[in-house]
Write a protein that binds this ligand. Structure first.
Ligand code: PMV
Length: 337
């Protein structure tokens, strides 16, 4: 990491924005093969302030903003048409690199702040963005992330952080379509999904699974095994079953589907003994539990109305635990407190 920059006298932020993290409720990995997936925002956010740069150089948390570490932020400024050097200051109540979408949330918050500074977005602090403003934020955030990742990744995380609530990603269009994104040979139809504000307990294994490695592992398996390909289709069918259960807020049914989704992810080889141990422990006081995101480490989620007991059971096994509510607002401008 580069050397810290000298800290000049405090100045007031030009704009403050925030965006939520996310969990994948159902359908990770199978979504890579065109099956549907459901992602939902959580009530833990990343907050970003943009301030004038006293040094004339762009910086983030007092470190020089460099292409190799902060490409997505530099891309956001470029795409929003910001030409002046800015200082970004960030705070987050999401763990990073744990599959909870902290990087997408930061990118969406940065896009919101930058578009507000550029005058493209005129929402008042705390107000919900208009569909057009949200579309602008999601587009800039995804483009910035996609370019920074060298042209890979789906728009799921940035769309969920921008939109809030929950999103159904599908290869075909349906009711509640927000927008369609096409990159190279892939098309994603993103739909708004209403989800009840259920409580989830998230357990972080502390191990870092790289999404690209897990995706490659599943690809190898599906290429050689018809059973793995069938498992992918089974996950897709399960996601379709989850839609009415979520709509009805039927926690017991949602929980049972989470259990089944976890077992199918185990068949695809993306769980780990630690994830299985946490899922098993959480199930004693939950409707259901599963790993979330790419697996190989990262986090699991449990749907429960006994959050305190579930938290204790997971902490006893060494996990870092967060109780969150599903859904909630997407990216927004924050008041200058
Ligand atoms: O690691 P996460 O939470 O960003 O989830 C990745 C989800 C996958 O389905 C495994 C990959 C993808 O591009 O959809």
């Amino acid at each position: 990491m580069a050397t810290l920059m000298p800290e000049p006298p405090a100045s007031r932020p030009l704009v403050i924005a925030s965006a939520p993290g996310k969990v994948i409720l159902f359908g990770e990995h199978a979504v890579v093969y065109g099956e549907p997936a459901i992602a939902a925002a959580v009530d833990r956010r990343v907050r970003l302030e943009l301030l004038p740069s006293a040094t004339g150089e762009p910086s983030v948390n007092w470190y020089p903003m460099r292409e190799e570490h902060h490409a997505f932020l530099l891309n956001v400024f470029k795409l929003a048409g910001i030409e002046v050097a800015l200082r970004a200051a960030t705070t987050s109540d999401l763990p990073s690199a744990a599959g909870l979408g902290s990087s997408a949330a930061l990118t969406a918050a940065a896009a919101t702040a930058a578009l507000s500074l550029a005058g493209t977005l005129t929402a008042e602090p705390g107000a919900t963005l208009t569909p057009k403003e949200e579309e602008d934020v999601a587009r800039v955030a995804y483009e910035a992330e996609w370019l920074a990742q060298g042209g890979s990744g789906s728009p799921t995380d940035t769309a969920t952080s921008s939109h809030g609530g929950a999103i159904l990603v599908d290869s075909s269009r349906g009711a509640g379509l927000i927008r369609t994104v096409t990159r190279a040979d892939r098309t994603w139809h993103l739909h708004d999904l209403e989800v009840p504000r259920l409580t989830l307990v998230i357990g972080n294994t502390g191990a870092r699974g790289r999404t690209a490695d897990q995706v490659a592992k599943v690809k190898r398996l599906t290429m050689k095994s018809a059973f793995a390909r069938e498992t992918v289709r089974d996950i897709g069918a399960l996601v379709r079953e989850a839609l009415p259960a979520l709509k009805a807020g039927d926690a017991e049914r949602i929980g049972r589907l989470m259990d089944r989704n976890h077992n199918l992810l185990c068949v695809l080889g993306v769980s780990t003994p630690k994830l299985d141990q946490l899922v098993e422990a959480a199930r004693r006081t939950s409707y259901g539990a599963k790993l979330t995101g790419s697996g190989g480490g990262g986090c699991m989620i449990a749907l429960t109305d006994r959050a305190a007991e579930t938290t204790k059971n997971l902490e006893r096994l060494g996990a870092e635990v967060y109780a969150v509510k599903l859904g909630g607002p997407g990216a927004r401008i924050e008041p200058d407190a």
